[in-house]
Write a protein that binds this ligand. Structure first.
Ligand code: NAD
Length: 472
Protein backbone atom coordinates (compact mmCIF):
# COMPACT_ATOMS: atom_id res chain seq x y z
CA UNK A 1 0.00 0.00 0.00
CA UNK A 2 1.53 3.29 -1.03
CA UNK A 3 0.14 6.54 0.28
CA UNK A 4 1.32 9.62 -1.55
CA UNK A 5 0.91 11.99 1.39
CA UNK A 6 3.76 10.11 3.10
CA UNK A 7 5.95 12.04 0.71
CA UNK A 8 4.92 15.21 2.52
CA UNK A 9 6.18 13.99 5.89
CA UNK A 10 9.47 15.74 6.67
CA UNK A 11 12.17 13.04 6.29
CA UNK A 12 14.65 13.36 9.08
CA UNK A 13 14.44 9.73 10.07
CA UNK A 14 15.14 6.52 8.20
CA UNK A 15 13.39 4.14 10.58
CA UNK A 16 10.00 2.80 9.49
CA UNK A 17 6.83 1.60 11.09
CA UNK A 18 5.49 -1.47 9.32
CA UNK A 19 1.72 -1.73 9.50
CA UNK A 20 0.43 -5.30 9.59
CA UNK A 21 -3.08 -6.67 9.19
CA UNK A 22 -4.26 -7.71 12.64
CA UNK A 23 -6.12 -10.63 11.04
CA UNK A 24 -3.46 -12.42 9.01
CA UNK A 25 -0.27 -10.53 9.77
CA UNK A 26 0.35 -9.47 6.16
CA UNK A 27 2.26 -6.24 5.59
CA UNK A 28 -0.24 -3.51 4.68
CA UNK A 29 2.14 -0.57 4.39
CA UNK A 30 5.04 1.30 5.95
CA UNK A 31 5.40 4.86 7.19
CA UNK A 32 8.34 6.84 8.55
CA UNK A 33 8.91 6.43 12.29
CA UNK A 34 9.62 9.95 13.49
CA UNK A 35 10.79 10.76 16.97
CA UNK A 36 11.62 13.87 18.98
CA UNK A 37 14.44 14.79 16.60
CA UNK A 38 11.84 15.48 13.89
CA UNK A 39 10.16 18.26 15.86
CA UNK A 40 12.16 21.21 14.44
CA UNK A 41 11.40 20.18 10.82
CA UNK A 42 7.74 19.54 11.62
CA UNK A 43 7.45 22.90 13.33
CA UNK A 44 9.13 24.79 10.53
CA UNK A 45 6.53 23.48 8.14
CA UNK A 46 3.60 23.89 10.52
CA UNK A 47 4.48 27.54 11.13
CA UNK A 48 3.98 28.19 7.40
CA UNK A 49 0.74 26.19 7.65
CA UNK A 50 -0.54 28.52 10.38
CA UNK A 51 -0.20 31.48 7.99
CA UNK A 52 -1.61 29.58 5.00
CA UNK A 53 -4.66 28.41 6.91
CA UNK A 54 -5.49 31.73 8.54
CA UNK A 55 -5.31 33.38 5.10
CA UNK A 56 -8.02 31.13 3.65
CA UNK A 57 -11.38 32.89 3.36
CA UNK A 58 -14.30 30.92 4.75
CA UNK A 59 -15.68 30.04 1.32
CA UNK A 60 -12.37 28.37 0.41
CA UNK A 61 -12.17 26.46 3.70
CA UNK A 62 -15.71 25.24 3.02
CA UNK A 63 -15.17 24.33 -0.62
CA UNK A 64 -11.93 22.46 0.16
CA UNK A 65 -13.72 20.42 2.84
CA UNK A 66 -16.64 19.74 0.50
CA UNK A 67 -14.31 18.66 -2.29
CA UNK A 68 -12.38 16.44 0.12
CA UNK A 69 -15.70 14.83 1.14
CA UNK A 70 -16.45 14.21 -2.54
CA UNK A 71 -13.05 12.63 -3.06
CA UNK A 72 -13.44 10.37 -0.02
CA UNK A 73 -16.83 9.33 -1.42
CA UNK A 74 -15.27 8.54 -4.81
CA UNK A 75 -12.68 6.39 -3.06
CA UNK A 76 -15.05 4.84 -0.52
CA UNK A 77 -14.17 1.30 -1.47
CA UNK A 78 -10.40 1.90 -1.19
CA UNK A 79 -10.83 3.66 2.17
CA UNK A 80 -12.99 0.84 3.52
CA UNK A 81 -10.50 -1.83 2.42
CA UNK A 82 -7.67 0.14 4.01
CA UNK A 83 -9.51 0.39 7.34
CA UNK A 84 -10.17 -3.36 7.20
CA UNK A 85 -6.54 -4.08 6.40
CA UNK A 86 -4.89 -1.88 9.01
CA UNK A 87 -7.42 -1.87 11.87
CA UNK A 88 -9.23 -5.21 11.39
CA UNK A 89 -12.72 -3.70 11.32
CA UNK A 90 -15.11 -5.77 9.22
CA UNK A 91 -15.95 -4.50 5.76
CA UNK A 92 -19.49 -3.47 6.77
CA UNK A 93 -18.16 -1.58 9.79
CA UNK A 94 -15.45 0.09 7.72
CA UNK A 95 -17.98 1.17 5.08
CA UNK A 96 -20.06 2.79 7.80
CA UNK A 97 -17.01 4.64 9.08
CA UNK A 98 -16.23 5.98 5.60
CA UNK A 99 -19.80 7.30 5.24
CA UNK A 100 -19.50 9.00 8.61
CA UNK A 101 -16.19 10.56 7.62
CA UNK A 102 -17.84 12.08 4.53
CA UNK A 103 -20.54 13.56 6.77
CA UNK A 104 -17.96 14.88 9.23
CA UNK A 105 -16.19 16.73 6.42
CA UNK A 106 -19.47 18.12 5.05
CA UNK A 107 -20.56 19.27 8.50
CA UNK A 108 -17.18 20.96 8.92
CA UNK A 109 -17.67 22.81 5.63
CA UNK A 110 -21.06 24.06 6.87
CA UNK A 111 -19.52 25.22 10.12
CA UNK A 112 -16.86 27.19 8.24
CA UNK A 113 -19.57 29.12 6.40
CA UNK A 114 -22.06 29.52 9.19
CA UNK A 115 -20.33 29.98 12.52
CA UNK A 116 -18.34 33.21 12.15
CA UNK A 117 -19.37 34.99 15.33
CA UNK A 118 -22.22 37.07 16.77
CA UNK A 119 -23.43 40.58 17.32
CA UNK A 120 -23.04 41.59 20.98
CA UNK A 121 -26.15 43.24 22.48
CA UNK A 122 -24.31 46.10 24.17
CA UNK A 123 -27.56 47.87 25.01
CA UNK A 124 -28.90 44.89 26.96
CA UNK A 125 -27.91 46.60 30.22
CA UNK A 126 -27.66 50.24 31.11
CA UNK A 127 -24.35 52.00 30.52
CA UNK A 128 -23.15 50.70 27.11
CA UNK A 129 -25.86 52.11 24.82
CA UNK A 130 -23.35 54.07 22.79
CA UNK A 131 -21.47 50.94 21.83
CA UNK A 132 -21.98 48.54 18.96
CA UNK A 133 -19.96 45.51 18.12
CA UNK A 134 -19.52 41.84 17.52
CA UNK A 135 -17.22 38.95 18.12
CA UNK A 136 -15.59 36.89 15.41
CA UNK A 137 -14.31 33.33 15.70
CA UNK A 138 -10.56 33.42 15.11
CA UNK A 139 -8.15 30.52 14.65
CA UNK A 140 -6.11 29.32 17.63
CA UNK A 141 -3.05 28.76 15.44
CA UNK A 142 -1.25 25.44 15.70
CA UNK A 143 -3.10 22.38 16.98
CA UNK A 144 -1.54 18.98 17.65
CA UNK A 145 -4.02 16.17 16.94
CA UNK A 146 -3.29 12.71 18.33
CA UNK A 147 -5.61 9.84 17.41
CA UNK A 148 -6.18 6.16 18.31
CA UNK A 149 -6.34 3.03 16.16
CA UNK A 150 -9.95 2.01 16.45
CA UNK A 151 -11.70 4.50 14.11
CA UNK A 152 -8.62 5.37 12.08
CA UNK A 153 -10.46 7.58 9.58
CA UNK A 154 -13.49 9.29 11.09
CA UNK A 155 -11.83 10.23 14.37
CA UNK A 156 -9.10 11.90 12.33
CA UNK A 157 -11.76 13.73 10.28
CA UNK A 158 -13.28 14.93 13.58
CA UNK A 159 -10.04 16.80 14.24
CA UNK A 160 -8.98 17.90 10.76
CA UNK A 161 -12.45 19.05 9.63
CA UNK A 162 -13.29 21.48 12.46
CA UNK A 163 -9.68 22.69 12.74
CA UNK A 164 -9.50 23.56 9.03
CA UNK A 165 -12.97 25.11 9.17
CA UNK A 166 -11.66 27.33 11.95
CA UNK A 167 -8.56 28.43 10.02
CA UNK A 168 -5.99 26.48 12.03
CA UNK A 169 -2.96 24.42 11.08
CA UNK A 170 -2.34 20.98 12.54
CA UNK A 171 0.39 18.51 13.21
CA UNK A 172 -1.43 15.18 12.97
CA UNK A 173 -0.06 12.13 14.74
CA UNK A 174 -2.27 9.16 13.92
CA UNK A 175 -1.98 5.88 15.77
CA UNK A 176 1.20 4.04 14.89
CA UNK A 177 -0.92 0.87 14.70
CA UNK A 178 -3.21 2.19 11.93
CA UNK A 179 -1.86 5.39 10.35
CA UNK A 180 -2.65 4.73 6.68
CA UNK A 181 -6.30 5.81 6.46
CA UNK A 182 -5.37 9.12 8.12
CA UNK A 183 -2.64 9.75 5.54
CA UNK A 184 -5.02 8.92 2.71
CA UNK A 185 -7.49 11.43 4.12
CA UNK A 186 -4.74 14.09 4.16
CA UNK A 187 -4.09 13.20 0.53
CA UNK A 188 -7.77 13.87 -0.34
CA UNK A 189 -7.56 17.24 1.40
CA UNK A 190 -4.44 18.15 -0.56
CA UNK A 191 -6.06 17.09 -3.83
CA UNK A 192 -9.06 19.21 -2.86
CA UNK A 193 -6.82 22.28 -2.73
CA UNK A 194 -5.74 22.51 0.89
CA UNK A 195 -2.52 24.54 1.00
CA UNK A 196 0.35 22.08 1.47
CA UNK A 197 1.45 22.98 5.00
CA UNK A 198 -1.91 23.30 6.74
CA UNK A 199 -1.77 19.67 7.86
CA UNK A 200 1.62 18.24 8.74
CA UNK A 201 1.34 14.48 9.11
CA UNK A 202 3.75 13.06 11.68
CA UNK A 203 3.90 9.31 11.99
CA UNK A 204 5.56 7.79 15.00
CA UNK A 205 4.94 6.25 18.37
CA UNK A 206 4.74 7.35 21.97
CA UNK A 207 8.09 9.18 21.92
CA UNK A 208 6.94 11.40 19.06
CA UNK A 209 3.59 11.98 20.80
CA UNK A 210 5.36 13.11 23.96
CA UNK A 211 7.60 15.49 22.02
CA UNK A 212 4.66 17.04 20.15
CA UNK A 213 2.73 17.60 23.36
CA UNK A 214 5.67 19.51 24.81
CA UNK A 215 6.01 22.05 21.95
CA UNK A 216 5.51 25.46 23.51
CA UNK A 217 3.92 27.27 20.56
CA UNK A 218 1.23 24.64 20.13
CA UNK A 219 -2.05 26.25 21.26
CA UNK A 220 -4.15 23.13 21.68
CA UNK A 221 -3.80 19.37 21.98
CA UNK A 222 -6.79 17.56 20.57
CA UNK A 223 -6.44 13.99 21.78
CA UNK A 224 -8.53 10.86 21.43
CA UNK A 225 -7.30 7.73 23.15
CA UNK A 226 -7.03 5.95 26.47
CA UNK A 227 -7.40 7.45 29.94
CA UNK A 228 -3.80 6.75 30.99
CA UNK A 229 -2.43 8.45 27.87
CA UNK A 230 -4.76 11.40 28.39
CA UNK A 231 -3.56 11.76 31.95
CA UNK A 232 0.11 11.60 30.86
CA UNK A 233 -0.55 14.30 28.25
CA UNK A 234 -2.31 16.50 30.81
CA UNK A 235 0.74 16.22 33.08
CA UNK A 236 3.21 17.31 30.44
CA UNK A 237 1.30 19.69 28.16
CA UNK A 238 1.84 22.89 30.12
CA UNK A 239 -0.33 25.94 29.36
CA UNK A 240 -2.27 24.77 26.33
CA UNK A 241 -5.88 24.10 25.63
CA UNK A 242 -6.65 20.40 26.06
CA UNK A 243 -9.50 18.58 24.36
CA UNK A 244 -9.71 14.90 25.20
CA UNK A 245 -12.01 12.09 24.24
CA UNK A 246 -11.12 9.19 26.48
CA UNK A 247 -12.30 5.70 27.32
CA UNK A 248 -15.68 4.44 28.51
CA UNK A 249 -17.33 1.64 30.47
CA UNK A 250 -20.85 1.97 29.15
CA UNK A 251 -23.88 0.65 31.02
CA UNK A 252 -27.21 -0.25 29.43
CA UNK A 253 -30.41 -0.64 31.48
CA UNK A 254 -33.05 -3.06 30.23
CA UNK A 255 -36.48 -2.62 31.83
CA UNK A 256 -39.13 -5.33 31.89
CA UNK A 257 -41.49 -3.40 29.61
CA UNK A 258 -39.01 -3.10 26.72
CA UNK A 259 -39.51 -4.60 23.30
CA UNK A 260 -37.38 -7.66 23.95
CA UNK A 261 -36.54 -8.66 20.41
CA UNK A 262 -35.21 -5.30 19.26
CA UNK A 263 -33.54 -4.71 22.65
CA UNK A 264 -31.51 -7.92 22.43
CA UNK A 265 -30.52 -7.19 18.84
CA UNK A 266 -29.42 -3.66 19.70
CA UNK A 267 -27.47 -4.79 22.80
CA UNK A 268 -25.64 -7.52 20.87
CA UNK A 269 -24.58 -4.97 18.27
CA UNK A 270 -23.62 -2.45 20.99
CA UNK A 271 -21.43 -5.00 22.76
CA UNK A 272 -19.64 -6.55 19.79
CA UNK A 273 -19.45 -3.86 17.09
CA UNK A 274 -15.84 -3.41 15.98
CA UNK A 275 -14.91 -6.41 18.15
CA UNK A 276 -15.86 -4.31 21.17
CA UNK A 277 -13.01 -1.88 20.45
CA UNK A 278 -15.32 1.05 20.65
CA UNK A 279 -15.26 3.75 23.31
CA UNK A 280 -19.07 3.76 23.56
CA UNK A 281 -19.38 -0.03 23.23
CA UNK A 282 -21.76 -1.61 25.74
CA UNK A 283 -19.82 -3.20 28.58
CA UNK A 284 -22.38 -3.81 31.38
CA UNK A 285 -26.02 -4.72 30.73
CA UNK A 286 -28.30 -4.41 33.75
CA UNK A 287 -31.58 -6.25 33.24
CA UNK A 288 -34.72 -6.11 35.39
CA UNK A 289 -34.92 -9.47 37.17
CA UNK A 290 -38.32 -10.54 35.82
CA UNK A 291 -36.90 -10.39 32.29
CA UNK A 292 -33.38 -11.52 33.06
CA UNK A 293 -33.46 -15.19 32.07
CA UNK A 294 -35.35 -14.56 28.88
CA UNK A 295 -33.04 -11.70 27.91
CA UNK A 296 -29.92 -13.70 28.80
CA UNK A 297 -30.94 -16.77 26.79
CA UNK A 298 -31.74 -14.76 23.68
CA UNK A 299 -28.65 -12.58 24.06
CA UNK A 300 -26.27 -15.54 24.42
CA UNK A 301 -27.93 -17.31 21.49
CA UNK A 302 -27.36 -14.26 19.25
CA UNK A 303 -23.82 -13.70 20.52
CA UNK A 304 -22.93 -17.32 19.71
CA UNK A 305 -24.36 -16.92 16.22
CA UNK A 306 -22.04 -14.03 15.32
CA UNK A 307 -19.54 -14.94 12.62
CA UNK A 308 -15.99 -14.33 13.82
CA UNK A 309 -13.23 -14.26 11.24
CA UNK A 310 -11.88 -12.59 8.14
CA UNK A 311 -12.85 -8.90 8.26
CA UNK A 312 -12.59 -8.64 4.48
CA UNK A 313 -15.64 -10.89 4.06
CA UNK A 314 -19.05 -9.27 4.05
CA UNK A 315 -20.48 -12.16 6.08
CA UNK A 316 -18.15 -11.54 9.02
CA UNK A 317 -19.67 -9.89 12.09
CA UNK A 318 -16.65 -9.75 14.40
CA UNK A 319 -13.15 -9.17 13.09
CA UNK A 320 -9.89 -9.48 14.99
CA UNK A 321 -8.76 -7.25 17.81
CA UNK A 322 -5.94 -4.86 16.94
CA UNK A 323 -3.23 -7.38 17.91
CA UNK A 324 -2.71 -10.82 19.34
CA UNK A 325 -1.34 -9.16 22.46
CA UNK A 326 -4.59 -7.19 22.93
CA UNK A 327 -6.57 -10.43 22.59
CA UNK A 328 -4.26 -12.21 25.05
CA UNK A 329 -4.72 -9.37 27.56
CA UNK A 330 -8.49 -9.70 27.21
CA UNK A 331 -8.29 -13.45 27.75
CA UNK A 332 -6.23 -12.79 30.86
CA UNK A 333 -8.77 -10.31 32.29
CA UNK A 334 -11.66 -12.69 31.58
CA UNK A 335 -9.85 -15.65 33.18
CA UNK A 336 -9.08 -13.47 36.18
CA UNK A 337 -12.80 -12.56 36.50
CA UNK A 338 -13.73 -16.26 36.19
CA UNK A 339 -11.23 -17.05 38.97
CA UNK A 340 -12.95 -14.38 41.08
CA UNK A 341 -16.34 -16.07 40.73
CA UNK A 342 -17.78 -14.96 37.36
CA UNK A 343 -19.72 -17.42 35.17
CA UNK A 344 -18.89 -17.77 31.47
CA UNK A 345 -22.03 -17.89 29.30
CA UNK A 346 -20.22 -18.02 25.97
CA UNK A 347 -16.94 -17.15 24.26
CA UNK A 348 -13.47 -16.78 25.76
CA UNK A 349 -11.89 -18.57 22.80
CA UNK A 350 -8.94 -16.92 21.11
CA UNK A 351 -7.28 -17.61 17.81
CA UNK A 352 -4.45 -15.22 17.07
CA UNK A 353 -5.92 -11.72 17.44
CA UNK A 354 -9.51 -13.01 17.07
CA UNK A 355 -11.43 -13.30 20.30
CA UNK A 356 -14.90 -14.81 20.35
CA UNK A 357 -17.82 -12.70 21.65
CA UNK A 358 -17.76 -13.35 25.36
CA UNK A 359 -20.67 -13.00 27.78
CA UNK A 360 -20.21 -13.13 31.56
CA UNK A 361 -22.53 -13.06 34.56
CA UNK A 362 -21.99 -13.13 38.35
CA UNK A 363 -19.03 -10.78 37.86
CA UNK A 364 -17.56 -9.35 41.06
CA UNK A 365 -17.75 -5.58 41.09
CA UNK A 366 -14.10 -5.52 42.09
CA UNK A 367 -13.04 -7.43 38.94
CA UNK A 368 -11.14 -5.51 36.25
CA UNK A 369 -13.75 -6.38 33.60
CA UNK A 370 -16.38 -4.56 35.67
CA UNK A 371 -14.25 -1.68 36.93
CA UNK A 372 -12.14 -0.72 33.93
CA UNK A 373 -12.64 -0.23 30.24
CA UNK A 374 -12.41 -3.67 28.60
CA UNK A 375 -12.23 -2.45 24.97
CA UNK A 376 -12.82 -5.98 23.66
CA UNK A 377 -15.77 -8.21 22.68
CA UNK A 378 -16.67 -8.88 26.30
CA UNK A 379 -19.94 -7.96 27.98
CA UNK A 380 -21.36 -8.48 31.46
CA UNK A 381 -25.01 -9.28 32.23
CA UNK A 382 -26.46 -8.58 35.66
CA UNK A 383 -30.03 -8.63 37.01
CA UNK A 384 -31.43 -5.82 39.15
CA UNK A 385 -34.54 -5.53 41.35
CA UNK A 386 -34.97 -1.79 41.84
CA UNK A 387 -34.39 0.98 39.34
CA UNK A 388 -32.46 3.02 41.90
CA UNK A 389 -29.99 0.15 42.29
CA UNK A 390 -29.56 -0.04 38.53
CA UNK A 391 -28.88 3.69 38.33
CA UNK A 392 -26.32 3.43 41.14
CA UNK A 393 -24.56 0.57 39.32
CA UNK A 394 -24.67 2.42 36.02
CA UNK A 395 -23.12 5.48 37.62
CA UNK A 396 -20.44 3.56 39.52
CA UNK A 397 -17.74 4.33 36.98
CA UNK A 398 -15.42 7.24 36.35
CA UNK A 399 -15.49 6.59 32.58
CA UNK A 400 -18.97 7.86 31.75
CA UNK A 401 -19.18 8.42 28.02
CA UNK A 402 -22.52 7.00 26.93
CA UNK A 403 -25.30 4.91 28.45
CA UNK A 404 -28.34 3.22 26.96
CA UNK A 405 -31.75 2.24 28.29
CA UNK A 406 -34.69 0.29 26.98
CA UNK A 407 -38.30 0.83 28.07
CA UNK A 408 -41.67 1.62 26.50
CA UNK A 409 -42.48 4.01 29.37
CA UNK A 410 -41.43 7.51 28.34
CA UNK A 411 -41.80 8.95 31.84
CA UNK A 412 -39.46 6.31 33.28
CA UNK A 413 -37.07 6.81 30.39
CA UNK A 414 -36.83 10.56 30.94
CA UNK A 415 -36.38 10.16 34.69
CA UNK A 416 -33.57 7.67 34.12
CA UNK A 417 -31.99 9.91 31.49
CA UNK A 418 -31.85 12.66 34.12
CA UNK A 419 -30.37 10.33 36.76
CA UNK A 420 -27.70 8.66 34.64
CA UNK A 421 -24.35 10.43 34.72
CA UNK A 422 -23.06 10.25 31.15
CA UNK A 423 -22.30 12.51 28.20
CA UNK A 424 -25.12 10.86 26.23
CA UNK A 425 -28.10 8.70 27.22
CA UNK A 426 -29.61 6.72 24.37
CA UNK A 427 -33.25 5.72 24.85
CA UNK A 428 -34.25 2.48 23.13
CA UNK A 429 -30.75 2.19 21.74
CA UNK A 430 -27.60 0.67 23.13
CA UNK A 431 -24.83 2.99 24.31
CA UNK A 432 -23.28 2.63 20.86
CA UNK A 433 -24.99 5.42 18.97
CA UNK A 434 -23.29 8.57 17.77
CA UNK A 435 -24.31 11.17 15.22
CA UNK A 436 -21.37 13.27 14.05
CA UNK A 437 -23.13 16.60 14.56
CA UNK A 438 -24.07 16.02 18.19
CA UNK A 439 -21.93 17.06 21.16
CA UNK A 440 -19.88 13.98 21.91
CA UNK A 441 -17.99 13.30 25.11
CA UNK A 442 -18.44 12.15 28.65
CA UNK A 443 -18.94 13.04 32.27
CA UNK A 444 -16.18 12.57 34.86
CA UNK A 445 -13.08 11.08 33.16
CA UNK A 446 -14.94 10.32 29.90
CA UNK A 447 -13.65 13.46 28.22
CA UNK A 448 -12.41 16.99 28.55
CA UNK A 449 -14.77 19.09 26.46
CA UNK A 450 -16.87 17.82 23.57
CA UNK A 451 -16.26 16.79 19.99
CA UNK A 452 -18.99 16.73 17.34
CA UNK A 453 -18.26 19.16 14.55
CA UNK A 454 -19.83 22.37 15.84
CA UNK A 455 -18.52 21.80 19.35
CA UNK A 456 -14.98 20.96 18.22
CA UNK A 457 -15.02 23.96 15.86
CA UNK A 458 -16.00 26.28 18.70
CA UNK A 459 -13.28 24.77 20.88
CA UNK A 460 -10.74 25.21 18.08
CA UNK A 461 -11.52 28.91 17.57
CA UNK A 462 -11.32 31.88 19.89
CA UNK A 463 -13.67 34.86 20.09
CA UNK A 464 -12.31 38.28 19.25
CA UNK A 465 -14.42 41.28 20.19
CA UNK A 466 -14.63 44.43 18.07
CA UNK A 467 -16.46 47.26 19.83
CA UNK A 468 -17.26 50.70 18.40
CA UNK A 469 -17.99 53.54 20.77
CA UNK A 470 -20.34 55.84 18.85
CA UNK A 471 -19.53 59.19 20.40
CA UNK A 472 -21.10 61.24 17.55
P1 NAD B 1 -3.74 5.13 23.24
O1 NAD B 1 -4.07 6.10 24.31
O2 NAD B 1 -2.83 4.00 23.55
O3 NAD B 1 -3.06 5.88 21.99
C1 NAD B 1 -3.70 6.95 21.35
C2 NAD B 1 -2.66 7.83 20.68
O4 NAD B 1 -1.85 8.45 21.68
C3 NAD B 1 -1.71 7.09 19.76
O5 NAD B 1 -1.51 7.88 18.61
C4 NAD B 1 -0.45 6.99 20.59
O6 NAD B 1 0.75 6.89 19.83
C5 NAD B 1 -0.49 8.30 21.35
N1 NAD B 1 0.27 8.32 22.60
C6 NAD B 1 0.49 7.29 23.46
N2 NAD B 1 1.17 7.72 24.54
C7 NAD B 1 1.37 9.06 24.37
C8 NAD B 1 1.96 10.08 25.17
N3 NAD B 1 2.53 9.82 26.35
N4 NAD B 1 1.96 11.35 24.70
C9 NAD B 1 1.39 11.64 23.51
N5 NAD B 1 0.80 10.71 22.72
C10 NAD B 1 0.79 9.43 23.15
O7 NAD B 1 -5.14 4.62 22.67
P2 NAD B 1 -5.43 3.44 21.65
O8 NAD B 1 -5.08 2.14 22.29
O9 NAD B 1 -4.87 3.75 20.31
O10 NAD B 1 -7.03 3.58 21.50
C11 NAD B 1 -7.91 3.00 22.39
C12 NAD B 1 -8.38 3.98 23.44
O11 NAD B 1 -8.92 5.15 22.83
C13 NAD B 1 -9.52 3.40 24.26
O12 NAD B 1 -9.32 3.72 25.62
C14 NAD B 1 -10.75 4.09 23.72
O13 NAD B 1 -11.83 4.17 24.61
C15 NAD B 1 -10.20 5.43 23.39
N6 NAD B 1 -11.08 6.07 22.41
C16 NAD B 1 -11.88 7.09 22.81
C17 NAD B 1 -12.76 7.66 21.90
C18 NAD B 1 -13.66 8.79 22.29
O14 NAD B 1 -14.11 9.50 21.39
N7 NAD B 1 -13.96 8.99 23.56
C19 NAD B 1 -12.81 7.20 20.60
C20 NAD B 1 -11.97 6.16 20.23
C21 NAD B 1 -11.10 5.60 21.14
Amino acid sequence: MSVASIASIPRVETRQIDVFSPFDGRLVGSVPCLDASAVPALLERARIGVLESAALPRHLRASILEEAARRVALESEAFARLIVAEAGKTLRQAEKEVKRCINTLKLSAEEARRNAGEVIPFDAYEGSESRQGWFTREPLGLIVAITPYNDPLNLVAHKLGPAIAGGNALILKPSELAPLSALKLVECLLQAGLPPNVVTPATGGVELGRALVAIREVRMISFTGGFATGEAIAHSAGLKKLAMDLGGNAPVLVLEDCDLESTVESCVSGAFWAAGQNCIGTQRILVQRSLYEDFRDRFVCQARALVVGDPDLRATDVGPMISEQAARNTEHWVNEALGEGATLLCGNHRQGASYAPTVLEDVRHSSKVWQQEVFAPVVILEPFDHLDDAVALANATEYSLHAGLFTQDIAKALKLARQIEAGGVMINDSSDYRFDAMPFGGFKYGSLGREGVRFAYEDMTQPKVVCINDVG
